[in-house]
Structures are given as C-alpha cells and as structure tokens.
Ligand binder design. Structure first.
Ligand code: MF3
Ligand code: CO
Ligand code: CO
Length: 250
C-alpha cells in the first residue's frame, strides 16, 4: 500500500532528512587516504547520537553498524570494518537517520584523494542518473517514467543499472511501498500523486549489471569486479513537481 503523507507528515520528516544530509556534509572532509570505514562508522554514529537521532541501519534486519560504506566494486550495503581507504578509491556513504520516528535516507559517492579517469566516469554517471530520475517526478508521471529515464541515460553512457536493489517509499518505515526501480518503461507502473515520499538511488556499474551477495549476507559486489557508484535522495511529490527533502541545513 502506497501511503499519501499529509503536510504535517512532511514537516515531521524534515528533521530526519536534514540530519542525514548534514551527516554527509560532516563526513566529507574525513574521506581521505588512511581512514578506515570503521572510523567513518564511528563518526556517523556519534554525530547521529549527539543530535538525538537514531542511526537506522544499526540492527536493521541484523545489520551490525550505523552506516553503509561501499568501496570500489561494492555496490551497496558494505559493512564498515578495519579496511583502510587508499588514494584513488571511491566510497559510497549511505546514511539513514530516524528523528521522532521518521526516517531520512541520503547517500553520496566520494573520491578518496585523486580520482582515476574510470572512477570519475562512473561517479559522474551515477550522480547525473539520480538528477535525471528526480527531473521526471511530478503528479501524473509514473514510476516507469523514472526508471526508463535513468536506464536510457546510464546505458547510453555505456554503464549499467543494477536490477536487484531499488529506491523505496519511506516515512515511519525505513523501506515502505512502492519499490522505485531504476529501469523500466515509459508510462508503466504506479502513477505519482502529491504526498508520495520515496527515495531514488540508482546503482551504476562501470561494467556489467550482474551483482553477487558475499558470504556476510550484506555486502553486494559487481560480479565482474567493475566499479559501482550510487547517489540517493529522499523526496516528496508536490502539487507541481518534486521537493528534495535530504538537503543540509544552512
Ligand atoms: N540505506 C539503504 C537504502 O538506501 C538501506 C541500508 S539497509 C542496511 O535503502 F541494513 F544495510 F543498513
Ligand atoms: Co534508500
Ligand atoms: Co540509503
């Protein structure tokens, strides 16, 4: 069931969405060669707790940490650990915060030190894929319009779109209906209405789309070991278009 959020619900979601965005602003200067993903986890965890917020990933279906950190060929759901970042790596930091029972979900892929040409390409395509998806959002458009626009752009750039994971409705729940696929056909699927709140979060691979799940049951990697990048925003369908909720304060 796809919920329509009220104006009051949207106001109630803003602090969590803002906090997730502020967390990415906070973490960016720490993304340097030599930091470990555990240190990133600790910084995100402390920043969240100090704000009176809850890190949604922690214990979510057994996820052991407060943030997902997905490095290089890791597609999503990377578990922070003692792995040190190296110059030229890329890392997606995916932050989900809960405030007053409401969730906000925001992620970005950062360059560690100086990016290599291939890294720049996949990160630029993933960033642009999210923008192109967001541009499709308005009342009367369909989820298929969003997926189609993203897929067409990404494949036109000779990259590929991951099929197994998608955007999602969000609110009091971390993952609500609908599923927001990053591929599809124009005009198909759910018709968007004002008050629908969901994420768009395309995972873009430099090589083939196929992924595999590692033995830890969380870490998703590209089968061909090619680089993968992702950006995510939480947004609401408005009367006239879309409003991104995961915007930092100030
Ligand atoms: N934040 C991810 C998303 O965008 C979900 C992470 S689930 C976790 O939907 F358990 F791995 F944290
Ligand atoms: Co999400
Ligand atoms: Co997320």
């Amino acid at each position: 069931m796809v919920q329509i959020k009220t104006a009051a619900d949207i106001e109630a979601m803003r602090p969590a969405c803002r906090h997730a965005a502020d967390t990415l602003v906070m973490i960016e200067p720490y993304i340097q060669p030599g930091i470990t993903t555990d240190e990133i986890n600790e910084l995100v965890h402390d920043f969240t707790i100090k704000a009176g917020a809850i890190p949604a990933p922690l214990n979510y279906h057994g996820f052991p940490k407060s943030v997902c950190t997905s490095v290089n060929h890791v597609v999503c759901h990377g578990i922070p650990g003692n792995k040190m970042l190296n110059d030229g790596d890329i890392i997606n930091v995916d932050v989900t915060s809960i405030i007053n029972g409401w969730h906000g979900d925001n992620s970005k892929t950062f360059f560690v030190g100086t990016p290599k040409i291939r890294a720049k390409k996949v990160v630029d395509v993933a960033r642009q894929a999210l923008e192109i998806g967001i541009e499709m959002v308005r009342p009367g458009a369909t989820l298929g319009d969003i997926g189609h626009a993203i897929q067409k752009y990404v494949e036109g750039e000779k990259c590929s779109v991951v099929r197994e994971y998608c955007g999602h409705g969000i609110g009091r729940g971390f993952h609500e209906d609908p599923q927001v696929l990053h591929y599809g056909r124009k005009g198909e699927g759910l018709v968007l209405k004002p008050g629908m709140v969901f994420t768009i979060e395309p995972m873009v691979n430099m090589g083939r789309a196929a992924v595999k799940l590692l033995a830890d049951n969380w870490t998703v990697v590209t089968r061909d070991k090619s680089l993968s990048a992702q950006f995510e925003h939480t947004m609401v369908v408005t009367e006239t278009g879309v409003e991104i909720l995961t915007v930092p304060s100030s």
